[in-house]
Design a protein. Structure first.
Length: 83
C-alpha cells in the first residue's frame, strides 16, 4: 500500500494493522509449537505482504498459492511434519 504523505492518518492505521497481524502470526506460531515463534511469525508476515503486493502488481492471485507452499515448508521446519 502506498500512502501520499508520511503524516497521513492512514499510515498509522496501516502500521498498527500490520503490527497486529504480525503479533497474531507470532502468537499462533507459538501455539503451534514453533521452535522460534518470533522468526516464524516474521517469515509468514513477509510471505503474506509479498504475496499481496505481487498479486496486486500482476493482477493474478498465483503469488498466494506460492506463498502457501513456502509457508508450509517454513512451518514444517519450525514445528515438524504434521501427524
Amino acid at each position: 500500500m502506498e500512502l501520499p504523505a508520511s503524516d497521513a492518518p492512514a499510515r498509522e492505521r496501516a502500521r498498527r494493522y500490520k503490527a497486529a497481524v504480525l503479533g497474531r502470526l507470532v502468537e499462533v506460531a507459538g501455539q503451534a509449537g514453533a521452535r522460534d515463534p518470533e522468526a516464524l511469525g516474521g517469515q509468514l508476515a513477509v510471505l503474506l505482504e509479498g504475496a499481496g503486493a505481487l498479486a496486486t502488481s500482476i493482477g493474478d492471485t498465483s503469488p498466494y498459492r506460492d506463498a502457501r507452499t513456502a509457508a508450509a515448508a517454513l512451518i514444517t521446519a519450525q514445528c515438524g511434519a504434521p501427524d
